[in-house]
Design a protein around this ligand. Sequence first.
Ligand code: GLA
Length: 386
Amino acid sequence: MELNAMIDEAATDFEAVHGARPSGTWAAPGRVNLIGEHTDYNDGFVLPIALPHTTRVTARGRADRRLRLYSAQGDGRVTDLALDGLAPGVVAGWAAYPAGVFWALAEAGHPVGGADLFIDSDVPTGAGLSSSAALECATAAALNDLHGLGLTGPQLALVAQRAENAFVGVPCGVMDQMASACCTAGTALFLDTRTLEQRHVPFDLEAAGLRLLVIDTRVKHDLGDGAYAALRAGCERAAELLGLPALRDLAVADLDPALGRLPGELRSLVRHVVTENERVTETVERLEHGATAALGPILTAGHASLRDDFRVSCAETDLAVEAAVAAGALGARMTGGGFGGSVVALVAEADAEPVAEAVRSAFGSAGHRPPVVFTAVPSTGARRVA
Ligand code: GLA
């Protein structure tokens, strides 16, 4: 459905659920990361793009301090919460994400009041495409406007990340929220996660005769949840042992001697993070020289590093990468946190369908569920749409 039709429908649905016309609708996208994985909580570099898929929050302020949340993807019931009773651990399931944003804004001293929300989304969930960040950022954008808070995109992203870290309890970095809040159409977001300095790097796939395929493996391994926190802790421990503020501060040239000073189980984590930061800066350099097709080998090298050193890949993501590259993709890698989720593949336009077909057929032969394949178009970050 077109975005305009979705917005009209959302206003009608809002009225049916909440009994009044909404004040507006805000949209925030999911993302895929081109390169720079597990670098954000190490103060490093990332390069995500926003997807055309969005989460829309249609909203209206309330005079009392109640928060009434409804999701079109939910169980048909309104979640009714007292704004002043919000605390980490109090709200479960999807409602924790928008509630966490209210809580994080209030905690930071912003004057938020009650609200009615109608939430709808076409960002696939559990696919490593940041449906959580999209929901957080659309809520943050709505409240920012409803209450005239005047927060910038990066400030909204930090509020969203705070909601996820402290309210929902997921120790994620800032990449997903920054991508959802700040990306612009036709560009990739080159972000320094330490300083939050950002550059919108033109990523014109069409002009280069290329496509970026997203292959959603439809696999989500449960072990991902605890494992993410453990990996983050391992990276932080390694930085501490090396006497560095973060692994970002270790240069590639100093990698080998540094590895010698670390216990065996931390070495491969550090090698991934340090080489991955290099891959991000190299990718940006190639993009800025218009050498888009030359990104392929960097993507594939990034996958090998996630598979062999960081060990967050799985059979399905490995197979998607291998089958895509064997069928002529210029490069491919898993994207996002790992343990399932999605793969991105850079392909010449003419190879898009054959590569997608090769991956489907490889999944069929291996007995995996058919993957969902679509083309990613670098899209716009969080915004008011009605
Ligand atoms: C998840 C987290 C991000 C980032 C990626 C890995 O998407 O939410 O902060 O750490 O994993 O790059």
